[in-house]
Design a protein around this ligand. Structure first.
Ligand SMILES: C[S@@+](CC[C@H](N)C(=O)[O-])C[C@H]1O[C@@H](n2cnc3c(N)ncnc32)[C@H](O)[C@@H]1O
Length: 191
């Protein structure tokens, strides 16, 4: 698994950027796309959608998997609408990040990829992790960015699992990956 993640992180540097300039060319977006293409998650969840670049790339990487983007504000209506119109596997959910967990699980089942990207504080990140943990699949991958913010490395260290950090995926600000199984398990073998 670690070798695959290292390869995808390297490939993300040279991967083509999304052609619509409304979405910034963040290296971690391209990593999300490659990760979804490789792992084929049935269900990915992004906590904190903002302009939607993260969800867009998860949806793009594996069109047969469902991507739920959760944010308590629907800002950037034009971009969110663009993703909804062009990627039918994406769903925006207007909700608090932590209390949405059981609702998403009830409707969609266990989560294969969880990208935690809201306010980057220790308390919120731990609250989100604890809320979603019971609903993670046994081979889930958890992603966190901006590990250089106060308390974020502490929160990252408290998440259970195998870990790797790729600072270059987020312009040096830290991008962490936690994986629960040491071998890659493609979730959707038939697609
Ligand atoms: C850093 S931005 C997300 C960026 C996005 N993930 C990306 O990669 O482009 C953070 C977002 O988290 C949302 N947010 C912050 N706290 C939240 C909470 N408790 N519940 C839901 N959304 C939250 C904000 O409204 C904001 O849109």
């Amino acid at each position: 698994m670690r070798g695959i993640l290292d390869r995808l992180a390297e490939e993300a540097k040279d991967e083509d950027v999304y052609p619509n300039p409304a979405f910034p060319p963040s290296p971690y977006y391209r990593f999300l796309k490659l990760l979804a293409a490789e792992f084929k998650p049935k269900l990915s969840v992004e906590l904190g959608v903002c302009g939607g670049g993260g969800s867009l790339h998860l949806a793009l990487g594996h069109p047969y998997g469902t991507v739920i983007g959760i944010d308590y504000i629907r800002d950037h209506e034009d971009r969110i609408k663009y993703i909804e119109d062009n990627y039918p596997n994406f769903e925006f959910m207007l909700h608090d990040s932590a209390s949405a967990a059981h609702k998403v699980f009830d409707e969609h089942g266990k989560i294969d990829i969880l990208f935690i990207d809201t306010d980057h504080t220790y308390d919120t990140t731990v609250r989100e992790y604890k809320a979603w943990k019971p609903y993670l699949s046994d081979t889930a991958i958890i992603l966190l960015d901006d590990l250089d913010r106060d308390g974020m490395t502490k929160a990252f260290n408290e998440i259970e699992g195998y870990k790797v950090v790729y600072p270059f995926l987020n312009y040096g600000h830290g991008f962490g990956v936690v994986y629960l199984k040491p071998v890659l398990v493609s979730r959707c073998k038939s697609c």
